[in-house]
Design a protein around this ligand. Sequence first.
Ligand code: ZN
Length: 244
Amino acid sequence: MTLMEIIIIFTLKLLTELVLMFSVLLVFIIIYLIYCIFSIQHSLFIRSLCRVKTTEKIVFLSFDDGPSSQFTAEILDELKRRDIKAVFFCIGNHAESSPGLVKRIVEEGHLIGNHTYSHDWALTLKSSHEFENELEKAETAIKSIIGREVNLFRPPFGVTNPSIAKAVKKRNLLSIGWDIRSLDTVITDPDKLRRRIIRKLRPGSIILLHDNRCITSLILSELIDDIESNGYKIVPLKPYLSLN
Ligand SMILES: [Zn+2]
């Protein structure tokens, strides 16, 4: 074997290994990016408040996808009875259908946030301009009812990407995530649902619930009891927004 042949073989081997290493790295990067798109806690694209940094045994309730003419009123009744303030991330077109509930949410001291106008799954594939239109439309719907701007946002399905990030930044919204996904849209057993939430409690947790779900309205009173009997207090999120 000549020196030239040895050099060629060595170079080819080196190149093959480099291509292999690069491919493996690329696959890992792609998997990581996909994971971050679906994991709001990573805050890779948008910095989201998913948990308040504290050692105090306090937690926060948040309700998405309402207002619902079927369940939001019951949920508001229970929160009022227990003197608990929560955050409601409303869908713009639901707000238009139930303006009375939107008003009630605000009048009873809860925070309200933008959860897009349509909550369409395909929104995650839209351009930043199209996503911004969705945000603007929802904001207009809510603002026309409560008479002021909304500056909180929660991405539908917790999905974020560079287009959504750009639109949210442009509209100057503060993104709020969660660190406890209750799965109240999936779990059908009330006890299992409550146990799942209680198991995940930690100081500063933001709990994701849905006020358009029967099961959520059904378990709320007992869930509050469970949270409190575990030594946690449910407090309003507002004072912690500027601190985190
Ligand atoms: Zn949602």
